[in-house]
Design a protein around this ligand. Structure first.
Ligand code: ZN
Length: 462
């Protein structure tokens, strides 16, 4: 270990994490790096033990759960294993937003221990909830486990491509400079990705800084990669992590062409949880099962492995605002098959996307952004966004060049009819630009027909 890395582990990381408002994550990271090699039965037993502790705690200290369990005639003894979780209701963002500061707040924690957190939804709507230093440290440990699994280590330079507005103090050059010196972290703004001069400058920066890891929302990294290829540019970066929005296979191929083949590691997180990420086998995303119980549920019932359903999460480390059987409104499939990497952590074999990115077809099926690749093959279309207004009406926003003609217009309509059925009304709207959401994501599909197949809990006040 170099002196710099020794300094990072012994001083910079522990001190920096306390200053940044979360506890030292290294002890929990060490636990995760041991338990990821356990058998699935051992990991399941760890989940059961953490679940029993969580349920005991929320029964004692969180009025919402005491009330719900009493109404159902349950005591903590009735929930011993992950299978017993089904006795509790599924909740969603609306219920947490309504009760996080009242019935869902952990009464055992003093005000000064609570940190308000917020997550940005895929279309920019926010969810506020409470967290603690210890919980944040565990979240960071989860993230660093993914990064180390992908081949990155502390002290190696990394670059984040993100909206300037989210950078907090880092727009002060001095803070950015200190961050680079101490943690070797740089930021690039995702606002200006449509300007070719900016793209060229970013590529030069990446060549100079030589980051070991480059991270961004999937859509922004794809946009950068696509422009780079058009301009004949290429940078080799060993680890590329994508998060935040759906990564399709064609997006992955473009990113790998512009950067490094086989080095895209998709990550999945949300609402204070590191949920899942790819290992170097790139065969699905391993679940952070020591911290999160992940169920796949359709129409209120658990789906068998391999079947699409909605992702329902229990954060085993959160009590300040508990997330117990929380429907995050994403659609995925689960696999417990052993992975070639040797880890027993189960995997999401398919992560289809967010419910708000999925179109609902007239027969109740889902259509994912993966179906939208036909637009990419059309040279006359520079950018697109498809909005499902209702089951039988979609609006296609297109940024086009001078080659766009009637035949192209017809081909867009035909493609959508092929997916959505002939009765679907298709409106084409040619626009000058398609801006990202306030949270910085570039959405290709937006469904205004959010149809959850899960019945979530309601007490008449929700
Ligand atoms: Zn693996």
């Amino acid at each position: 270990m170099s002196i710099y890395r020794w300094f990072l582990r012994q001083a910079a990381i522990p001190i920096g994490s306390h200053l940044a408002g979360y506890g030292d994550f290294l002890p929990y990271l060490r636990q995760l790096e041991e338990s990821q090699w356990w058998s699935w039965a051992q990991i399941r037993e760890l989940q059961n033990a953490k679940l029993r502790r969580l349920i005991n705690h929320v029964y004692q200290h969180v009025p919402f759960y005491r009330q719900v369990m009493q109404e159902r005639g349950l005591t903590p003894d009735d929930i011993q294993t992950v299978d017993d979780l089904e006795k509790l209701p599924i909740v969603d963002k609306k219920i947490i937003a309504r009760y996080y500061d009242t019935l869902m707040r952990d009464q055992s924690l003093p005000d000064k221990a609570l940190i308000q957190a917020r997550s940005s939804g895929s279309t920019g709507e926010r969810l506020y909830y409470w967290t603690t230093k210890a919980q944040k440290a565990k979240k960071w440990a989860g993230l660093f486990r993914w990064w180390r699994m992908a081949g990155y280590d502390f002290g190696e330079p990394y670059v984040t491509l993100q909206l300037a507005g989210n950078r907090g103090l880092r727009h002060w050059p001095l803070v950015g400079h200190i961050e680079w010196l101490l943690l070797r972290h740089h930021w690039l703004s995702a606002w200006e990705l449509i300007d070719d001069d900016v793209i060229k400058r970013y590529v030069e920066h990446l060549k100079t800084w030589r980051p070991k890891l480059f991270r961004s929302y999937a859509s922004n990294m794809f946009l950068l990669a696509e422009r780079m290829l058009e301009l004949g540019l290429h940078v080799s970066i060993p680890v590329l992590t994508t998060t935040g929005d759906t990564l399709t296979e064609s997006m992955r191929e473009t990113i790998e062409q512009a950067f490094s083949p086989g080095r895209v590691f998709n990550e999945y997180g949300g609402d204070g949880m590191q949920i899942a990420a790819e290992c170097d086998q790139h065969d699905g995303l391993h679940i952070n099962a020591e911290s999160v119980i992940l169920e796949i549920v359709k129409a209120g019932k658990r789906s068998p492995d391999g079947e699409l359903g909605e992702v329902v999460l229990t954060n085993l480390e959160a009590t300040a605002t508990p997330f117990i059987r929380y429907n995050i409104h994403d659609v995925a499939t689960l696999s417990h098959e052993p992975c070639r990497c040797g880890r027993s952590l189960p995997r999401l074999s398919q992560l289809a996307g967010r419910l708000t990115d999925l179109f609902v077809t007239a027969d109740g099926g889902w259509l994912t952004v993966h179906h939208a690749c036909f637009f990419r093959a059309m040279d006359s279309i520079e950018a697109f966004q498809v909005i499902q207004k209702d089951i039988q009406h979609v609006v296609v926003k297109l940024v086009v060049n001078n080659d766009f003609g009637e035949a192209d217009r017809q081909s867009v309509v035909d493609s959508l009819h092929a997916c959505m059925g002939k009765d679907c009304q298709v409106t084409i709207d040619v626009v000058d630009e398609i801006p990202p959401t306030p949270a910085g994501k570039r959405l290709y599909f937006i469904s205004e027909v959010i149809q959850s197949s899960n019945r979530t809990w309601s007490d008449g006040r929700a």
